[in-house]
Design a protein around this ligand. Structure first.
Ligand SMILES: NC(=O)c1ccc[n+]([C@@H]2O[C@H](COP(=O)([O-])OP(=O)(O)OC[C@H]3O[C@@H](n4cnc5c(N)ncnc54)[C@H](OP(=O)(O)O)[C@@H]3O)[C@@H](O)[C@H]2O)c1
Length: 291
């Protein structure tokens, strides 16, 4: 498995990490299958698992994905120290909707809940899920800095942020990672300079929804350019897209989700796929309509 630095003062992790969300939202598999999928990802060499307290059905189900990951890790033979679990706080799920909640009080309580759900004394990487317009961004970041001071979290990450917000956060706390959406379908992290800024500052960039997310990824097997490059390398169109994402910059780590063992293994294998410059240009120019 190709490895990449997670961020300042953090270890290397697999270039493809596991995105836990599909295992806990609507259409989730049963627990046995979900644990098998996580074990398959770990067995294939993934050493980073991304989760969040809100990867669940609604507010009555908060922590579902964190508890699932804790369960899968408890029955995995390798030392837990070699696997980094990244969770998030800063959202709620009233009636299944996604709402931002960035108050320091919420973040402190959410972190305590995540510690319990994950069954750990310190969270490896705690990410602020998304800026909340009702709360000054700096107040939310200061809450994460306080949690770090208290020893409840090891590294601080941000998600769904701009370059200006990363800079504002860096004035308060060391930022280890930034997690924004990035795929050939959605390139704003490149266009707004977030990936470049992270690269220049040694910050790991976690590319979420790297194959386009739950709906758009289903277009990939029929995507003319991704499929034809995949055929040439004897890999899936999904793998081609993941290789394109990783080729954006050496600090990019992709975190595809999966509900099946086959999809998790296919994504893990994509870490070894290196596309030719001309193939990357073909994907650059190809139509990835989001319609
Ligand atoms: N920070 C944020 O705001 C935020 C937002 C969204 C997501 N995320 C994180 O990013 C992770 C990934 O994002 P996502 O789940 O939205 O989208 P995604 O990884 O782009 O796509 C998810 C779906 O694509 C399918 N898939 C993935 N790899 C495949 C492969 N190699 N072959 C065939 N199908 C494949 C899977 O379908 P099946 O389910 O059928 O296996 C999976 O559920 C999430 O799990 C979560 O950890 C973060």
């Amino acid at each position: 498995m190709r490895m990449r630095p997670l961020g300042p003062a953090a270890p290397q992790v697999s270039a493809i990490g596991f995105g836990g969300m599909p295992l806990s939202i609507q259409d989730r598999p049963d627990e046995r299958q979900a644990v098998d999928v996580i074990h398959a990802a770990l067995g294939a060499g993934m050493t980073l698992i991304d989760t969040a307290d809100v990867y669940c059905l609604d507010d009555n189900d908060i922590g579902h994905n964190e508890r699932l990951i804790a369960k899968a890790l408890s029955s995995w033979p390798t030392s837990r120290d070699s696997i980094i679990v990244a969770t998030k706080g800063g959202m709620i799920r009233p009636d299944g909707r996604w709402q931002r909640r960035g108050s320091p009080e919420h973040l402190a309580a959410a972190c305590d809940r995540s510690l319990r759900a994950l069954g750990v004394e310190r969270i490896d990487l705690y990410q602020f899920h998304a800026p909340d317009t009702a709360v000054p961004f700096e107040d939310s970041v200061a809450a994460l800095a306080a949690l770090r001071e208290e020893g409840k979290i090891r590294w601080v990450g941000l998600s769904n942020v701009s370059v200006a917000q990363i800079q504002a956060a860096q004035a308060i706390v060391e930022v280890t990672t930034v997690q924004n959406r990035l795929s050939p379908f959605f390139r704003e992290a490149l266009e707004t300079g977030v990936v470049k800024y992270c690269r220049e500052n040694g910050i790991g960039f976690l590319a979420y929804s790297p194959v386009g997310g739950g709906r758009l990824n289903k277009k990939l097997p029929a995507h003319p350019e991704a499929r034809s490059i995949g055929d040439r390398h004897k890999v899936s169109a999904h793998a081609v897209v993941l290789a394109w994402v990783l080729a954006r910059a050496p600090n990019v780590i992709a975190i595809p989700g999966a509900r099946t063992v086959a999809h998790a293994l296919d994504s893990a294998a994509a870490a070894e796929l290196v596309l030719e410059p001309e193939e990357l240009e073909v994907i650059d120019r190809a139509d990835f309509s989001t319609a």
